[in-house]
Design a protein around this ligand. Structure first.
Ligand code: ADP
Length: 498
């Protein structure tokens, strides 16, 4: 491997600073012999420095007019566009997703910058009449303060952008803690933030391990808000620390998303959706389709069509333009998926295709798993309820629409969902009855757009939504203001009553 080794550093107070301690390595999941970068294993002291820089910068950043803050984010969007191809290549190398998807990852960041930049000129509050004469009432949005943004590896550019852009436009300062599997993508982002002209300390980046650097950040007394995307286990831990320390938290965790295919559906369309939803990003999306709930009248035909398509999927290195399905992120993830296959077999499912680590010659040095279809899955099985986060989809047969909805809802999660039907009445029932933050009608479970709220019900999250205008509710406090211009004391609920 010839690409030069990148040295990621922490970005604190507008400067890249050398690690105080050990450095760690980020490797290419398609070929682990390829060391992409080194990055710091930041300590609590490094976190302290970043929080202090963010706290100091907050004093002046909150006073910069929101449209002016937004213009800088717009510039970050322009820079992302200029660097789109280079960044996409880096994402594919460091995270393993195919290039077409990596370009989408960057595009999502660009979309978010342009959309959120517009919010800088809106950020509307309300005005309302007071119940008293000569008195005025209104609400305004106030930044929360210093925000810790803890991000996962599956969208190494899009998710940091989703969190950072609204936080910054609302007037907060941030400390980003990228996932240890994809530090280089966020290191690259730090260069774009710098170039766009963000004042020192407004964005800070600390690399390191979740249990050390992430934990230190969440526990830090001078952090006001934690926005986290990752596993349910870690999310529960982050949420409990925030609960104990009275920090605002926005948690985005797992999913066990299903696509329903009714007997009247356009089967080719449903098939395109199922293949993309289940195997895009090797199933490593929190919105990935991991259950296909199929009406019994079309199950056999649909299954045969699905297998034909799955056999044609090209498994390969993320950076190879021919690749349709890349590797899993690391060996732990590969072990986890293999473990779920053991569970699936023990539970009595039938592996129709795949089911094994893929280690043909060109894949032997990466973390590849064969695209897998499990049949005879029943709703009570663990593989029907727990998140696998790999290229594995289970088929569940149903006899009615009501049964399909009940099974779809039968998980602790509630992120994304999809229904393929040509019956408008069923489509509207699905929109009403599915317990998920996102429902697609005649589209796959993946494909969120940044101007709409993103997030889930039940144990997927803690009630917040990201992006869209919903993001402003995460990153601002409501201030209610009463202006009394009567010149006398007016007691609400008292002086205007007999
Ligand atoms: P995954 O299992 O998908 O890697 P994690 O939830 O472990 O997801 O990681 C998501 C993000 O949370 C990463 O940036 C990781 O470093 C961070 N993280 C992990 N453990 C903790 C923790 N205890 N406190 C704060 N952040 C953490």
């Amino acid at each position: 491997m010839t690409a030069p080794l990148i040295e990621c550093q922490n970005y604190i107070n507008g400067q890249w600073v050398a690690a105080s301690g050990e450095t760690l390595e980020s490797r290419n999941p398609s070929d682990w012999r390829d060391v992409v970068a080194t990055f710091p294993r930041s300590s609590a002291a490094d976190v302290d420095a970043a929080v202090a820089a963010a706290r100091k910068a907050f004093k002046s950043w909150r006073l910069v007019p929101a449209p002016a803050r937004a213009e800088i984010i717009y510039r970050v969007g322009e820079l992302l566009l200029q660097h789109k191809e280079k960044l996409a290549q880096l994402i594919s190398r460091e995270m393993g997703k195919p290039l077409t998807e990596a370009r989408g990852d960057v595009q999502e960041g660009i979309d978010c910058a342009l959309y959120m930049a517009g919010e800088g000129r809106r950020m509307f509050g309300q005005t309302t009449p007071s119940e008293m004469p000569n008195k005025f009432a209104m609400t305004m949005r106030i930044p929360v303060g210093v925000c810790a943004l803890i991000t996962p590896w599956n969208f190494p550019v899009a998710i940091p952008c989703w969190k950072a852009f609204p936080a910054l436009i609302c007037g907060n300062t941030v400390i980003l803690k990228p996932a240890e599997d994809t530090p280089t993508c966020v290191h690259y982002l730090s260069q774009l933030f710098h170039k766009a002209g963000l004042p020192n300390g407004v964005v800070n980046i600390v690399h390191g391990l979740g249990e050390e650097t992430g934990r230190a950040l969440v526990e830090h007394p001078d952090v006001n808000l934690v926005s986290f995307t990752g596993s349910s286990e870690t999310g529960a831990e982050v949420g409990s620390v925030c609960g104990r320390t009275h920090k605002r938290s926005c948690l985005e965790m797992g999913g066990k998303n299903a696509q329903i295919v009714m007997a009247d559906a356009d089967l080719q369309l449903a098939l395109d959706g199922a293949v993309w939803g289940a195997f895009g990003t090797s199933g490593q999306r929190c919105t990935a389709t991991s259950r296909l709930i199929l009406h019994r009248d079309i199950k056999e035909e649909f299954t045969n069509l699905l297998l034909e398509r799955v056999h044609q999927l090209r498994l390969g290195l993320g950076t190879d333009p021919q690749t349709e399905v890349g590797p899993l992120i690391n060996s732990a993830q590969l072990q986890r998926v293999n473990h779920y296959l053991e569970i699936a077999r023990a539970e009595g499912t039938k592996v129709l295709t795949g089911g094994e680590t893929a280690n043909t010659e060109n894949l032997a040095h990466g973390f590849f798993f064969q695209p897998t279809v499990l049949d005879r899955v029943t709703p009570e099985m663990r593989v029907a309820k727990e998140e696998i986060f790999g290229p594995v989809v289970g088929l569940i047969e149903v006899g009615s629409f009501e049964e399909a909805i009940a099974i779809l809802n039968n998980t602790p999660y509630g992120l994304s969902s999809s229904v393929y039907t040509r019956d408008v009445n069923l489509a509207f029932q699905a929109m009403r009855d599915i317990e998920a933050g996102i429902t697609y009608i005649n589209g796959p479970t993946i494909g969120a757009e940044v101007h709409l709220p993103f997030g889930g019900m039940k144990q997927t999250g803690n009630g917040h939504r990201e992006v869209g205008t919903a993001a402003l509710d995460v990153f601002t406090e409501w201030k209610t203001v009463y202006v009394d211009y009567s010149g006398s004391l007016q007691r609400a609920q008292i002086d205007n009553r007999d």
